[in-house]
Design a protein around this ligand. Structure first.
Ligand SMILES: Cc1cc2nc3c(=O)[nH]c(=O)nc-3n(C[C@H](O)[C@H](O)[C@H](O)COP(=O)(O)OP(=O)(O)OC[C@H]3O[C@@H](n4cnc5c(N)ncnc54)[C@H](O)[C@@H]3O)c2cc1C
Length: 255
């Protein structure tokens, strides 16, 4: 409808969805698929930090999902790097020490990582041999690397970015400029937010504002349509009804 009316549109794209991401470790995605981990994820582009996000990641065969991935999907581009700190409450030296104290034992990370994830990382570090294990496992725990290929599982994306350009609307009333009586709200507009209820909050708040504006507009239009004409008001007040063909005089115009 907006397109047909010539309102400015921003192209649609899915956001709040999974990220297709490769891992340098062959088989890691398959081994971790379905596991969840609490982490701090850092998204970087050409060495610069784009965003950092704490929360839960869900490993999938295609890459990453979960709330952390959803929020990264609003900013990530193909080629970006993601590092997952899987033990944000533990310093790197502590992870080093834990692994060094029990060389070759993936259970050294019990209480920090779930056993399947720990085993996968130890496997990625080249097996459970003693010696050198600590310095290879700890960097993975504190910065498991991925490379973004693009968005994934977009059929289940929670939000659509794009839609009616916000510049096409009056921000106070959400009335479309140049289209009397047309109002828009929610995801129809090019507005999207991070996970955390912001999209529903926007849908409700903009819906209330838009509905109230539309009601006011309808009430005004109704009042104008049903308001008695000047002649009817004059007749009710007992004044003589002017003849249509009577020449207008300054006095009549003023009265
Ligand atoms: C799986 C999932 C989980 C989500 N979780 C969260 C969350 O936890 N927190 C959060 O903030 N947001 C969440 N969102 C996003 C949030 O639900 C949406 O941003 C919000 O519902 C958008 O509201 P809306 O009214 O603009 O659009 P919609 O909710 O999409 O409503 C549009 C309505 O218009 C109807 N419609 C479409 N075309 C026509 C037509 N031609 N004639 C008549 N009716 C029509 C549709 O059937 C629909 O009922 C989630 C979304 C999904 C898909």
């Amino acid at each position: 409808v907006a397109d047909a009316l010539g309102l400015a549109l921003v192209p649609d794209s899915p956001v709040l969805c999974g990220l297709a991401a490769t891992s340098p470790a062959p088989g890691l995605r398959e081994r971790l698929s379905g596991r969840r981990a609490h982490c701090v994820a850092t998204l970087t582009r050409a060495g610069r930090v784009v965003m950092r996000e704490a929360g839960e990641v869900l490993f999938r065969e295609y890459g990453l999902s979960g709330i952390v991935s959803f929020n990264l999907s609003r900013h990530a581009r193909p080629g970006d790097a993601i590092e997952l700190d899987l033990a944000p409450e533990v310093d790197a030296w502590e992870v080093d020490k834990l692994v060094a104290d029990r060389p070759g034992d993936a259970h050294a990370l019990d209480g920090i990582l779930d056993p399947t994830t720990a085993e996968a990382l130890v496997g990625l570090a080249g097996g459970a041999q003693a010696g050198g294990l600590a310095w290879r496992v700890a960097p993975l725990v504190k910065g498991l690397p991925f490379r973004v290929e693009g968005l994934a599982d977009t059929a289940h994306a929670q939000v659509t970015r794009g839609g009616i350009d916000v510049a096409a609307l009056d921000a106070r009333t959400l009335a479309a400029r140049g289209h009397d009586g047309l109002f828009a709200c929610g995801e129809a507009l090019d507005v999207d937010g991070a996970c955390g209820g912001y999209n529903l909050a926007w849908a409700w708040a903009s819906g209330m504002s838009c509905g109230a504006s539309a009601a006011r507009h309808a009430a005004t239009a109704h009042a104008n349509a049903t308001a008695p004409s000047k002649d009817a008001r004059a007749a009710r007040a007992g004044a003589p009804t002017p003849r249509k063909d009577a020449p207008s005089s300054p006095e009549r115009t003023l009265s």
